[in-house]
Write a protein that binds this ligand. Structure first.
Ligand code: ATP
Ligand code: MG
Length: 241
């Protein structure tokens, strides 16, 4: 569960208001898609949820724990994938996954069976023995996503996870995200791909200029649109205003 309560964040001493009084809740078992134009405040929101940025005001709780007051506990139950594949390039894929497994305390036996399954799904079984610096962008993204799944975290926060994935890998990733949430876990992700949001998310939030301008299930969002059109149409209508 993720709860944001009147969260605001500015950059440059208040000159740029990136997130403005944002309030929303993502329930356990839910996939929440966070949409918005470039510069709307998605990454800033995500960085505050995972504890990389401190809100100027408002509160954020992960599974009922305040992220400011219980920062380590919150981090131990959350995994995060940033909007670029941030990895230790000199480690091999397997060394990196084991490092993440150690950080999150994933038992060795569970670790191996999980890693093997996902490496096969992402067609990385051969490459995993090589240093990450030799990987393509898509391969790095797949390793980072595998690492985020590895601890079976209560909460996963992903910033544009589908970027760089080929259609097959994106398809598998969507299945893994659904599987994860079917176990009662919470998943929050940003995307620019309307089709992914429409098909995968239980609920969708649209942010524009730091403010949440729409939030609900696809059916609820459609009801706000006179012609009940696609998510793309709703997005374009709402963000134009
Ligand atoms: N480090 C920074 N310093 C100053 N301003 C910033 C910084 N990071 C973001 N901003 C500003 O904050 C606002 C929100 O940016 P943010 O990166 O959160 O948007 P976003 O929705 O993730 O966009 P994108 O779709 O391009 O990833 C923008 O106006 C941006 O220019
Ligand atoms: Mg961003």
């Amino acid at each position: 569960m993720i709860e944001l309560h009147h969260v605001s964040k500015s950059y440059n001493k208040g000159k740029v208001k990136a997130v403005d009084e944002l309030t929303l809740t993502v329930k356990p078992g839910e996939i929440f898609g966070f949409l918005g134009p470039n510069g709307a405040g998605k990454t800033t929101t995500i960085k505050m949820i995972v504890g990389l940025l401190k809100p100027d005001s408002g509160t954020i709780a992960v599974n009922g724990l305040d992220t400011q007051q219980n920062s380590l506990k919150c981090k131990s139950i959350t995994t995060y994938v940033p909007d670029y594949p941030a990895v230790y390039e000199r480690l091999t894929g397997l060394e990196y996954l084991n490092f993440i497994g150690d950080v999150y305390g994933v038992p060795k036996t569970e670790r191996l069976s999980r890693i093997e399954k996902w490496l096969e799904v992402f067609e990385l079984s051969q490459a995993v023995a090589n240093p990450i610096q030799s990987y393509s962008h898509g391969m790095k993204q797949k390793i980072v996503l595998t690492a985020a799944l590895l601890p079976a975290p209560r909460v996963m926060v992903l910033d544009e996870p589908m970027v760089g994935l080929d259609p097959r890998a994106a398809h598998h990733m969507k299945e893994l995200m659904r599987e994860h949430c079917d176990q009662g876990k919470t998943l929050f992700f940003s995307t620019h791909i309307m089709e992914v949001a429409e098909k995968l998310c239980d609920r969708i939030g649209i942010i524009n200029k730091g403010k949440l301008i729409a939030c609900g299930t696809m059916d609820e969002l459609k009801k706000t649109d006179k012609s009940e059109q696609s998510l793309e149409h709703i997005f374009l209508e709402l963000t134009e205003k």
